[in-house]
Design a protein around this ligand. Structure first.
Ligand code: SF4
Length: 595
């Protein structure tokens, strides 16, 4: 098997999830991943493309998706067969705190001489914990690590020592790599200054052509798949920004968190014309929708207009996020440029005060005007996301949000509309490290049960999501957060069926799943109270078959989030054509250089 300079491994949330009995609850109902969080971060693709562009070989192995898809998939056997100068493991969002470290242990046991690099937001936050672990050799801090990761990989690939003597030239080379955390031969940790924080995204490329080429090179499509359902519903992301102007209380991607963790003073935007090119490039091989991460108006109206001019005429489905109410006429421009657009709005609550306390700047009245404008302009669908577990939110307030959703459904239903679709899910499993609520929980009305990396790792092994939550609020206990989530999901599901947004059969199936999840959750509460650990374990093991069937699409059917596609799945003939074109371009460039 051909060797790589860097192999990027993506672990499941809980390493041995196939043997554990854990009721994950609705933690991933509204994202493409299952509760195993098998989707690898976008940084895998940008880092891989960047290193390949600089002549290195990078492979992605999504262990989580392989473990989900193949019950007998042997992780250790797969890892033992891999060959790389450096292994990279993401610990980006904290739900990977368990799986990522367990995978690192396996890699270290099977490849003791190959260094292991950690990266991602949570790695940046917990870099001192990580560098103190024997299975972690390097941590790369920051939100943009393509450049420093290239430098480190070149250093390792050229034979540089993993833990050099403190006075050696190699130690000086490592000390010069920005954002890097490393250990010397005397086991002393060194955290280089966090100085690599590019002001824009001009130098990165979210180019999935890299993935296509790597699939062919390594003859391994299964390990590159971003999430389980991707082959059926190939939704892809395009990146408009790193950073954010807003400060939602619990968000690890907020302005405060970016400043604290990554030293980022303002968001780094992708040039609007480059963003449009990224989307067109994806559209060459994928019929699936493209989700633009970040509100295209965050960088100002001029940015949004330049982007819409550049993308004008793109006919495939595109999802746009709104972080604020829109000015008049905005959606008309969107519709002219992107005739197949869908809008995603995180309203959080029907209550203006609760929403404002969370950090969203708009009122219900203002956003309703935007919703009307979007529908009038021809928006294909408009998803509204509400959340449980917010600051200032009581059980009654959550039910008020469901009542409000019912009023919206009635209002749009009366116009023959079924394009406005509300969803509700919990803030789960964790308040993000670096967010305002994590840093100053009392000030924001949160009580945290976990602070350290190890506490979060252990929490992930709890038998139901109620015990995994790392918080409760002044306004709702963990029990109330769980109860309000299930009840809100149940009521909203019935309302959606009543107003024809979902089929009666789908609603009935969801209703049954919620009832089953509630019963299981209560049964697990009883098991947790058993004093004898052996009996407790045996009772949990006995529940596993039922728990496994209750773990997907709890409060809504995941497929409710999908837009209908003309053609399902990736166009492999077109993908092969794209790969051939890219190779040809590479070859002609090479021969021009050597001529
Ligand atoms: S949740 Fe709020 S702070 Fe976080 S990325 Fe979205 S808009 Fe920004």
């Amino acid at each position: 098997m051909s060797s790589s300079d860097l192999i990027l491994l993506h672990a499941p949330s809980v390493y041995d999830f196939r043997g554990q009995s854990i009721l994950y609850g609705p933690v991933s109902d509204l994202v493409p991943s299952t509760p195993v969080f098998e989707m690898y971060p976008i940084g895998f693709t940008t880092i891989a493309e960047y290193l390949e562009r600089h002549g290195l070989r990078v492979r992605i192995v999504n262990l989580a998706v392989r473990m989900l898809e193949e019950p007998n998939y042997d992780v250790e056997r797969q890892i033992s067969k891999l060959s790389a100068a450096l292994f990279g493991i993401d610990l980006h969002w904290l739900p990977h705190a368990h799986g990522s470290i367990e995978v690192a242990r396996v890699v270290k046991r099977l490849h003791p001489r190959t260094p292991i690099l950690f990266g991602g937001f949570s790695s940046t936050y917990f870099y001192l914990d990580l560098i103190g672990r024997p299975e972690v050799d390097f941590v790369m801090r920051g939100d943009s690590t393509e450049g420093p990761t290239l430098e480190l990989t070149q250093y390792i690939s050229s034979g540089g020592a993993m833990h050099p003597s403190p006075s050696s030239a190699e130690a000086r080379r490592l000390a010069a790599i920005p954002n890097l955390v490393w250990r010397d031969s005397e086991n002393q940790p060194h955290a280089n200054p966090l100085t690599y924080s590019p002001e824009n995204l001009d130098d990165i490329l979210l180019d999935y052509t890299y993935v296509l080429k790597a699939v062919v090179r390594y003859r391994d499509l299964a390990s590159f798949i971003p999430f389980r359902a991707w082959m059926r519903y190939p939704i892809t992301a395009a990146l408009s920004v790193r950073g954010c102007r807003y400060n939602c209380t619990t968000c690890g991607g907020s302005a405060c968190a970016f400043a604290k963790l990554h030293g980022r003073k303002k968001p780094a935007f992708r040039k609007p014309e480059d963003l449009a090119n990224d989307i067109r490039r994806i559209g060459r091989f994928s019929p699936g929708p493209i989700f633009i991460l970040g509100d295209i108006r965050q960088a100002g109206d001029a940015y949004a207009e330049r982007f819409l001019d550049a993308i004008s005429g793109y006919k495939k489905p595109v999802f746009l996020e709104l972080f604020d109410a829109t000015p008049p006429g905005f959606f008309k421009k969107v519709a002219r440029a992107l005739p197949h657009f869908t809008v995603e709005i995180s309203l959080e609550s029907h209550d203006d005060d609760v929403r404002r306390m969370f950090g969203r700047p708009y009122t219900t009245a203002a956003i309703e005007k935007s919703i009307d404008d979007a529908l009038d302009a021809g928006c294909r669908r408009l998803d509204l996301f509400f959340m449980t577990g917010l600051r200032g939110q009581t059980y009654e307030s959550v039910m008020g949000t469901v009542d409000y959703s019912g009023r919206l459904l009635a209002r749009y239903g009366a116009r023959g509309e079924s394009r406005v679709i509300p969803f509700i899910s919990p803030l789960a499993p964790f308040v993000d490290p670096g967010s305002r609520a994590f840093e100053e929980p009392e000030r924001y009305g949160y009580r945290l049960f976990c602070r350290t990396l190890e506490e979060h790792r252990q929490a992930l092994l709890a038998p139901s999501w109620k015990y995994v939550l790392n918080y409760e609020t002044e306004w709702m206990s963990r029990d109330q957060i769980v109860a309000s989530t299930y009840e809100a999901g149940r009521r909203l599901n019935l309302l959606k069926a009543e107003y024809g947004v979902i089929d009666a059969a789908v609603a009935q199936a969801t209703d049954k799943r919620i009832a089953k999840a509630v019963a299981l959750s209560q049964e697990i509460d009883g098991v947790v109270a058993i004093a004898d650990p052996d009996e407790r374990r045996a009772r949990l093991r006995a529940l596993k078959p039922q728990v496994d069937t209750a773990n997907l699409s709890t409060v809504c059917d995941k497929r409710e989030l999908e837009v209908p596609l003309k053609h399902a799945g990736v166009d492999f003939v077109q993908a092969a054509h794209v790969v051939a074109q890219e190779w040809w371009k590479g070859l002609t460039k090479e021969s021009a250089r050597s001529a």
